[in-house]
Design a binder for this molecule. Sequence first.
Ligand SMILES: C[S@@+](CC[C@H](N)C(=O)[O-])C[C@H]1O[C@@H](n2cnc3c(N)ncnc32)[C@H](O)[C@@H]1O
Length: 297
Amino acid sequence: MVMRAAAWHADRVQAGKGQAQPWWPEPPAVDAVEVRLRHEDNRRAWNEAAQRYRAGLDDAVEYLRAGGVHLHPLELEHLGDLGDWCELAVHLQCASGKDTLSLLNAGAGRVVGVDIAEGHIANARQASERLGAAASWYRCDLLDTPHELDGTADLVYTGRGALGWVHDLQGWAAVVGRLLRPGGLFHVLDDHAGAYLFDPAASELRPSGADYFANVTGSRGWTEQYVGDLGREKAEHAVKHERLWPPSAVFSALVGVGLVVEQFGEHPDEYWPAFPHLDPQLRRRLPMTYTITARKP
Ligand SMILES: C[S@@+](CC[C@H](N)C(=O)[O-])C[C@H]1O[C@@H](n2cnc3c(N)ncnc32)[C@H](O)[C@@H]1O
């Protein structure tokens, strides 16, 4: 099942089909209270979405049992054989655990998944029990990732629709920094904010009007393209909040907690069909994703 974080972006695509979900611009969160309120809204929204991940759980288990590795080619290139160096991988924003459990198939000795949505963690637990996988799961806001994990991770892994849900980037980077053991590696592949400057519903490169530096949107409801029919009106779906973080902001936040960036890339490669109507030749002119690999000294 392909389900992506960029609901704001997807809503614009659906707008082209007359199926837009309600959305509105918001100012960036001003303090910790507002950050937590937005994360709580997002928890409720992701619990709705998790219902649909549940529908794909049997397929995910079979895929993983057969040795499947649901990671992006760029991630595989950057991380290499985890069996050579990764005893413990911590996946922040692990959703229902398919990517987390893929890290095991890619050679990690053990994995830990952290996600805010109860539904996702329940799915992940069920999948790992069925597989007998060396995995443990924490249901919490990533900002509250338990301190018992501090200094334990050979790899902190995240991305593919993750950071856009986080409204405190410095707080997020602090968690990455404390989880890593000295010498441990952080990796992210996520949506490049530059792509959001263009209208995803268009068949040509047309400006979207997004603010590259501080785009925050609230929205209500998931598109059926992502979660299918939740069985109730969109007006009854949960509110959620998304934030565009330019790659430089993520880079600086990681440097700010003392990590040393070893690799920083901007890529035309995508991990979901974000511009379904655009000629692929045109689409490949855009920075669709970025990657950062950083090490804790
Ligand atoms: C699109 S998923 C990304 C995971 C994975 N790449 C995937 O495609 O399934 C985004 C995940 O972030 C989680 N999430 C959002 N805000 C969070 C927070 N503050 N703390 C922990 N998890 C959060 C959501 O519950 C959701 O599972």
